[in-house]
Write a protein that binds this ligand. Structure first.
Ligand code: G1P
Length: 294
């Protein structure tokens, strides 16, 4: 079985970034000049995904508009001979019918959001990408995972070693440290306190799931935070199937936090020679001021 569909749960309210996210979806916040959601969609497309499924909520219209024509803007760019900008905008418009939108009508958790895509995904393995986790890598992280899936034909979660004191922010694996980037999962726990965590291997926002997960999510069992958790559903799936953790190659920016979001902006800005040249003296100056103040 091949992975050709990717689900993007984008219904969250983004309260951590208020007031910025009052009228703008958090997925549309830009890292340098590209919205977070576009990085994740591009990662999926580069990995060979053919159909993109957005699970949206109210006030997420901007995401649909971003991946569509904007005639007035296009006419203006043509009139002003801004070919490069025009090309960038045109690339955002997918072939009709390949980007599909469905709604999560109630905020019942990540597992519930994924379950909302069940009829669109059907009976095949699929990917899930959380746009908050911005993955910078030579080879798209989802592509690395699909390569593993093609060999294993089992569900795979992306993992990273985190500070043992930070386990309550993540789904955590009960598994040995990865060898050649892979580890077989014995169990999964959503957001355990450090003293209860079976390891420091945290789930990062990339999953490849087999369709059997849907009948488990259908039970609508709630877990951490009173929500329907994908981590709990995967823990149940373990009774039927193997699940693997995959230690990705690359760098993750946790853009669900303000600090991670700023780090991402700096890192991606530094990749642009023109911006790097102007940022460098500014940062040196700032560091000097901080050193004096401390
Ligand atoms: C979600 C998942 C969690 C995972 C995390 C990765 O949590 O529930 O298991 O580790 O994404 O970013 P959230 O960050 O939405 O609270």
């Amino acid at each position: 079985m091949k992975v050709s569909k990717a689900v993007f749960p984008v219904a969250g309210l983004g309260t951590r970034f208020l007031p910025a996210t009052k009228a703008v979806p958090k997925e549309m916040l830009p890292v340098v000049d590209k919205p977070l959601i576009q990085y994740a969609v591009e990662e999926a497309l580069y990995a060979g995904i053919k159909e993109i499924v957005f699970v949206t909520g109210s006030s997420k219209q901007a995401i649909e508009d971003h991946f569509d024509h904007f005639c007035e803007l296009e006419q203006t760019l043509i009139a002003r001979s801004k070919e490069a900008l025009l090309k960038g905008i045109a690339l955002l418009v997918p072939e009709s019918g390949t980007f599909i939108y469905t709604r999560q009508n109630e905020p019942l958790g990540l597992g519930h959001a994924i379950w909302c895509a069940r009829h669109i995904v059907g009976n095949e393995p699929f990917a899930v990408l959380l746009a908050d986790d911005l993955m910078k890598s030579k080879k798209p992280v989802l592509g690395q995972m699909i390569e593993q899936f093609d060999k294993l034909q089992s569900s795979i979660v992306c993992v990273e070693e985190v500070d043992p004191m930070a386990t309550a922010s993540y789904g955590i694996l009960d598994a040995d440290p990865p060898k050649d980037r892979l580890t077989k999962v014995r169990g999964l726990v959503e957001k355990p306190k450090p003293e209860k965590a079976p390891s420091n291997l945290a789930i990062i926002g990339r999953y490849i799931l087999t369709p059997e997960i849907f009948s488990i999510l259908e039970l609508k069992e709630t877990g951490a935070g009173g929500e329907i958790q994908i981590t709990d559903a995967m823990a149940r799936l373990l009774a039927q199937q193997s699940i693997y953790g995959y230690r990705y190659e690359g760098q993750r920016f946790d853009c669900g936090t303000k600090v991670g979001f700023q780090m991402a902006n700096l890192s991606y800005a530094f990749d642009r020679p023109d911006m790097r040249e102007r940022l460098m003296p500014f940062l040196r100056q700032m560091l000097k001021v901080c050193a004096i103040e401390n």
